[in-house]
Ligand binder design. Structure first.
Ligand SMILES: Cc1cc2nc3c(=O)[nH]c(=O)nc-3n(C[C@H](O)[C@H](O)[C@H](O)COP(=O)(O)OP(=O)(O)OC[C@H]3O[C@@H](n4cnc5c(N)ncnc54)[C@H](O)[C@@H]3O)c2cc1C
Length: 453
């Protein structure tokens, strides 16, 4: 059987979903092929389940700490793995159904199956039952996402050695998790598992956790980790793994070792380009990622790519913005290239860490003169009331015009507060405008205004 479509979208994650919605809203006939779940890995295995677990972990930690808020100490509390899993699934299903409903209401045809290019205008979709359907297309989008990177020395078994996407298979919180990698995924799992009661050791290949973040942010998180007994092995680049009865030992290049009951590999993602038939379509790949220009066009102009499959900053928000560019372009609407340097980045630990735009170290590295202003949460009434005064706000602005260029928030609800800074940076506002904004009292946002003064 064969079909024809104006716009074939391969992958229904944030990039593919946004592209399909934008094109369909612009009157284009769209067919979206998804091999697993509409909503993508973002909803099934990455952002949503991990943040649902963070919410559960924070809830548990909050009750345990309620003595600080004036209650009597609660009795022993244990996480319930079945209920945690049920909660994650129900949130992911709700979001997936909501996206499916939106796409269907826009007239998008949804095909379940795995797509592969046969040529520059033809793809084949293989369903789970093995049936194949050819689809002719005028335009196509590759939005196939990414897969966890696996170091050459490790073989995930999905039970005791796990990738970030297999971590949800764990029934109970592991007795002792050794986490390889101290980027956002590694530290978020360190936060989740330590809150759920696991002992945790983190191998950080560089000199600190979150090497991509401001060093002061890393220092605050390491302080918190140290207080809750999470061991961070700095400068420990893992190079091997040995399994024996009940214990797995990870060896670092410098000879140090870390032993635990489970190992979680959190060493990043790589574009999922295997099996897409990119050669048959003539689409160029470089360093394992689909090559695109500023308007997301590949080397074959009527075939675009967006999201993790193009490498770069792998975030749902960036993927969705790139997908929207493609959908609008296919619909003949004007588009602006995505500026990922303006994307807010967030790490959902306790305290949370979030930043946007130019950072202090980056400005120093490129020799740009900036004004750095800051304020701590230690003097913020709302942070004190919540017994969470750890953290600070740092703002980066132009020393002459006062225009905000970037900001960093470390503290309670940093991932929400950074939105205000992102808006100010996006709108090119001066620091003084933030300083003079009449905010609610008491509120965490007041520390943003204090940092702007
Ligand atoms: C643990 C973890 C936590 C994360 N948390 C966050 C976060 O909090 N915030 C954030 O912004 N980002 C987060 N990310 C990153 C985020 O998940 C990705 O950037 C995002 O999912 C990329 O969206 P995408 O549309 O490119 O791909 P995906 O969401 O991966 O979707 C791609 C889809 O394509 C489908 N597909 C693949 N090949 C084919 C094919 N041949 N045919 C049909 N369908 C196919 C897949 O089944 C998948 O559903 C996290 C990542 C991880 C690993």
């Amino acid at each position: 059987m064969s079909a024809a479509t104006a716009f074939l979208v391969i992958g229904g994650g944030p990039a593919g979903g946004a592209a399909a919605a934008a094109a369909a809203a612009g009157g284009v006939g769209v067919t979206l092929v998804e091999a697993e779940v509409v909503g993508g890995a973002s909803q099934l295995r990455d952002c949503i389940p991990s943040k649902a677990l963070v919410a559960s972990a924070n809830g548990l930690a909050g009750i345990r700490a309620s003595g600080h808020l004036g209650s009597t100490e609660p009795g022993p509390l244990r996480p319930d793995p079945a209920r945690l899993a049920e909660r994650r699934h129900s949130i992911a299903s709700l979001l997936s159904e909501s996206l499916r409903g939106r796409l269907e209401s826009l007239g998008v045809i949804l095909l379940a199956g795995r797509a592969r290019f046969l040529g520059p205008h033809t793809a084949v979709v293989a369903g789970a039952d093995g049936a194949e359907q050819e689809v002719e297309f005028a335009h196509a989008l590759i939005a196939a996402g990414s897969v966890p990177r696996v170091p050459a020395w490790a073989e995930p078994d999905g039970e005791r050695v796990l990738t970030s996407r297999q971590a949800y298979r764990l029934g109970e919180a592991p007795e002792h998790a050794v986490i390889v990698g101290a980027g956002a995924t590694g530290v978020e799992f360190a936060h989740i598992l330590s809150s759920l009661g696991s002992r945790v050791t983190v191998l950080a290949s560089r000199g600190r956790v979150l090497p991509q973040a401001d060093p002061e942010a890393s220092a605050v998180l390491e302080e918190e980790f140290s207080e809750r007994g999470v061991v961070v092995m700095r400068g420990a680049r893992a190079r091997g793994l040995r399994k024996s009865e009940g214990v797995i030992e990870v060896a670092a290049e410098d000879g140090r070792t870390a032993a635990g009951s489970h190992v979680l590999l959190a060493v990043g993602l790589q574009p999922a380009i295997a099996g897409l038939g990119l050669e048959a379509a003539g689409v160029e790949v470089c360093d394992g990622a689909v090559v695109v220009d500023a308007r997301q066009q590949t080397s074959v102009p009527h075939i675009s790519a967006a999201g993790d499959v193009t490498g770069g900053l792998m975030l749902s928000s960036v993927g969705a913005a790139a997908g929207t560019v493609v959908g609008r372009r296919v619909a003949g609407l004007p588009v602006e290239p995505v500026d990922s340097s303006r994307a807010a980045q967030a790490v959902y630990t306790e305290p949370e860490i979030a930043w946007v735009g130019l950072q202090e170290a980056e400005a120093a590295a490129i020799g740009r003169r900036v004004k750095v202003t800051r304020a701590p949460f230690a003097a913020n009434p709302r942070a004190l009331m919540a017994a969470r005064p750890r953290g600070f706000v740092k703002l980066i602005s132009d020393p002459t015009s006062g225009v905000l260029l970037g900001g960093l928030v470390v503290g309670r609800q940093a991932t929400e507060l950074v939105g205000i800074v992102a808006l100010a940076v996006q709108a090119g506002l001066r620091r003084g405008i933030l300083a003079d904004t009449l905010l609610a009292y008491p509120s965490l946002a007041e520390t943003l205004a204090a940092a702007a003064r």
